[in-house]
Unconditional design. Sequence first.
Length: 237
Amino acid sequence: MKLLKKLAPVYGGFIAAVILIYSRFGLHLINGNPLRTLAGIIIMILLIVLVIFLTLTFIRNEQINSLPVIETTAKVSEEDRLSDFTMFYGSLRNRNLGPFENRKADFFEICRSMKTKNDNLQKLLRESFSPEDLTFNTYVSTLNEVMKIFNNNLNGIKKRLEVFDYVEWSSNREDEHAVAYISEVESLYEKNHVVIDHIDDLLHELVLLDDISDVPLEKINLLIEQTQNYKKITERQ
């Protein structure tokens, strides 16, 4: 229906041109001389070609517009998300964060600490296991989930810092919304400390793996189970 509306002026113009050419006035102009007749034929052919071209163009554009939108944005890795959060919290050093002022440096430091620990973990995993090993892939997959939890907590803190009404808080420190935001930010920060503690435990366990060939399979399975348990952090959010 939309296509017919767009083409209506084109077809209307074509019909008007045909009527004009074959009217008494138009026939008088093209008759009586071979050159005039030839010109009239050429004009008619050009009009037909123009109508066909415009019709096909409108149809093609309509088909293109009806195609589903394909998502072209690449998925952001958890490492990249952490880098973005580190830059954000680092940019807060010159801002007055009111009730969060004493946590300003801590927010940045916990981001930096997580990046360092993740880098060390990846290095230890590559040294301890083959990249083709199922154990290696299990660790990497689980660590990515842990990083996602950590980043989601950072995002929760970021959103609250951005919407917190610092002016209102300075005049009314008992405001229920302000109290709720402060409590939630502190809770999210503490949850990320839990994540950091688990990462430290895992780092220590991997450091103890001096020779992977001498480590009993039961020990490796126990480490994997311990790592999988880190996912349960989400249940406490």
